[in-house]
Design a protein around this ligand. Sequence first.
Ligand SMILES: [Zn+2]
Length: 324
Amino acid sequence: MRPCRICASLDYTPVYYIDEVEISRCNRCDFIQIASVGSLSILNAHYSSCGHDGPDLRSNFDKLKIIRAAGFRADYFMRHTGLTGGEVLEIGASEGHFLDELRGRGFNVTGVEPSRHGLKAVEKGLHVHRDMLENVALKDAHYDAICLFQVIEHFEDPLGVLRLLYSKLKAGGCLVVETPDIYSVGSKFEKTPWKLFNVEHITYFSQKSLDELLKAAGFKIIASRHCDYDGLRLPFAKMLKRVVVPLINPGFKGPLQKILAKEIDIRYRTSDHSRISAVGARQGAGGKRLRDIKKMLAAPFDILMSNIAYALDRGSSVYSVARK
Ligand SMILES: [Zn+2]
């Protein structure tokens, strides 16, 4: 076992297994992570066999959600950082949807994206380094903001990454981090086991542990909230929120309050041996078409669930903005 990535403790409780990889909870600070030594070699094998450099397995519906999310993320970004221009760096820029959106709003943008998705960003004419972060030479104290959307959970040393990015920000510059919420409603009800338990995800944050990590790297938190990754929200969600929020008032101790409380326990402790090998078996055009059809049929349900999660103010992800 390796020391806890936040508090350096070696005292863990196992939460979940993906084959021989153990996901554990730190008994001192509560941070959930892959703590077993040797997990990196499994991760590297996963990336090279069926991960980000394999064939594109996403459905057209998922692609549409990602494009729409870029607009919502740009809105949040401008609202919470107060920036209307300047130098912005995105780590894990993927196909460059977010950077493209910010460029359209007058920002100078740079990305880092080692996977094949980065090619599409380059095709958009974006300045994207197609290499691992540790191999890219970035200017010190240069950026007004640095963003990481659904990427901090992929790093072996998230604290080291945040300290590195701290040095790349100007004084007063902003860091924006969005990551799946281990205590989200979806993690409990969506499916068992939660689909985000995956060897690609080394660390599993809550709003509290994300903020602890940002503070440990020297940042001051300026905004911290829940959000939906896909951002497919309708005005209906806002209306629902006005009705639902009074019902889930924390002053009333009902079952819903327990579910929404962060301290609720997570006990999976099951093994999912089929998961990694199943990814390989699903590859191929026929499988993809079938999944496209399934996704389209499930879309209304997906949008409804996304809206309900938003109405409960417990989207699938946590989102923090911090200042240097
Ligand atoms: Zn810890």
